[in-house]
Design a protein around this ligand. Structure first.
Ligand code: GLN
Length: 284
């Protein structure tokens, strides 16, 4: 089978299985099998797949048609230009979270040695890009899942920032690591209301860890914990930066105000959904 034929039949198979972007996913998988950049596929349309490539390709398409996430099949996801290892123990990094990363490193990159906490680090993507952009920063990465921390450590090593990140295992709702005051606490916590989990896309529902998605009855449980725990631990010039779910920004701002925080900034993502909430301590 030629590469062009492989792409065409796989696109139909994946579309029939309900995959959202069948052609794009087929291209990523074929580039993986042919071990070439996706942009080079156009030059290889007449290549005949070897037996080994064909076997690998067939297996990948079967799995993608079963709605195993593309990134789990590739083993990686790209976040802010950095390739992150992912598996079923961590949330696949999402494009909208890159906005939180940019805000985070932008807010501390001018400080000589800021202390930063990434609450619920998962794959480590946020902690790693902040550490990579702010070499003077002391970054702490907290997660309740030891399996996620294995992935986060591997990613930190892959990107040469392992020496700048302290990994902490624990449930952040029960307390924050270290005794030091933070310049920045950032979090993309679980924020899907429990009752909405069954309606999520199959890839998310069955393959992202529920631990990283389930935000309790109204989806706001982790924001309430953060509002209470972070305020006493922040420097007066510090910031709390949160990713929030669709339609949650106003409610999160309200619960922060109630917990004694100052004004919040609400920033939209590329789809114009208010996605990031940035809070500062109230002026004394
Ligand atoms: N953005 C993820 C999703 O919509 C949810 C991640 C989270 O709960 N923090 O699937």
């Amino acid at each position: 089978m030629t590469a062009a034929e492989a792409l065409q039949t796989a696109t139909t198979t994946l579309a029939t299985a309900g995959v959202e972007a069948p052609r794009v996913d087929a291209e990523w998988l074929l580039a993986h099998v042919l071990d070439c950049p996706r942009a080079e596929l156009a030059l290889r349309h007449s290549n005949i797949l070897t037996d080994a490539q064909q076997t690998e390709w067939d297996a990948l398409i079967v799995q993608r048609a079963e709605r195993i996430p593309l990134q789990h099949l590739l083993g990686t996801a790209v976040f802010c230009g950095l390739e992150m290892e992912v598996n079923a123990h961590v949330l696949v990094p999402r494009p909208e979270t890159e906005l939180l990363a940019e805000q985070a490193w932008g807010s501390v990159s001018g400080l000589p040695s800021p202390t930063v906490l990434d609450f619920g680090t998962g794959s480590g993507c946020l902690a790693i890009v902040v550490a990579a952009h702010c070499p003077g920063a002391r970054v702490m990465a907290l997660d309740v899942s030891p399996e996620a921390l294995v992935v986060a450590r591997a990613n930190a090593e892959r990107h040469g920032v392992a020496a700048h990140i302290e990994f902490h295992e624990g449930d952040g709702r029960e307390g924050l690591p270290s005794e030091d005051a933070f310049d920045l606490v950032l979090a993309n916590p679980p924020y899907i209301p429990t009752g909405d989990l069954p309606a999520l896309q199959t890839e998310v529902r069955e393959h992202d860890p529920a631990l990283a998605l389930d935000g309790g009855v109204d989806g706001l449980e982790f924001y309430r914990a953060l509002a209470k725990l972070v305020l006493p631990r922040l420097k007066p010039t510090g910031r709390l930066m949160l990713e929030v779910g669709d339609g949650q920004a106003e409610a999160v701002a309200a619960l922060l105000a109630e917990a004694g925080w100052g004004e919040c900034d609400l920033l939209p993502d590329l789809n114009k959904v208010l996605r990031i909430v940035i809070a500062s301590p109230a002026n004394p």
